[in-house]
Design a protein around this ligand. Structure first.
Ligand code: SF4
Length: 150
């Protein structure tokens, strides 16, 4: 048990993330607007013991009404356009939007079919742009940490 905890501390030190936030928190509402699920796998990993974003006060919530930040992955499809706008409209102010992954940034990873509504920033005011296909969990963790307290 102590060996595991020691190994975990060593791994976390290697990630070079800041210490736990004091007095800050961030509620994240995730919307998959048309991804291949690669970005979702990386987001899921930020809850693994090595990152454990909950210790920083960062948690994924089920409703946009409880969210501080809308975390959007995937190329926005025409069918997901309205649900994305509806989720944004339901969020309380101040609300922020993170476009995560090359697809959300409109880099055309999945092509430029007529079924796509365009990059997230054509539809919503984007505060955080995180490139990568997919961005790794350390990059996602570091990006979300920059939003705490802003
Ligand atoms: S950015 Fe890459 S991993 Fe993320 S949804 Fe697009 S193709 Fe998949």
């Amino acid at each position: 048990m102590f060996t595991l905890l020691r190994d975990l501390r060593r791994i976390r030190r290697g990630l070079d993330l800041p210490g736990p936030a004091r007095g800050g928190s961030l509620a994240v509402r995730h919307v998959d607007a048309g991804s291949c699920n690669g970005c979702e796998h990386e987001l899921t990993l930020t809850s693994a013991p090595a990152y454990d974003l909950q210790r920083f006060g960062i948690g994924v919530v089920a409703s946009p009404r409880h969210a501080d930040v809308l975390f959007v992955t995937g190329a926005v499809t025409n069918r997901m356009r309205e649900p994305l706008l509806t989720a944004y409209a339901a969020m309380p102010e101040p609300r922020r939007v993170a476009a995560v992954g090359d697809c959300a940034l409109g880099c055309g990873v999945l092509g430029s079919a007529s079924e796509l509504a365009g990059p997230v920033e054509d539809l919503l005011p984007v505060d955080l742009r995180l490139p990568g296909c997919p961005p790794d969990p350390a990059a996602i963790a570091a990006a979300l940490l920059t939003l705490i307290g802003q």
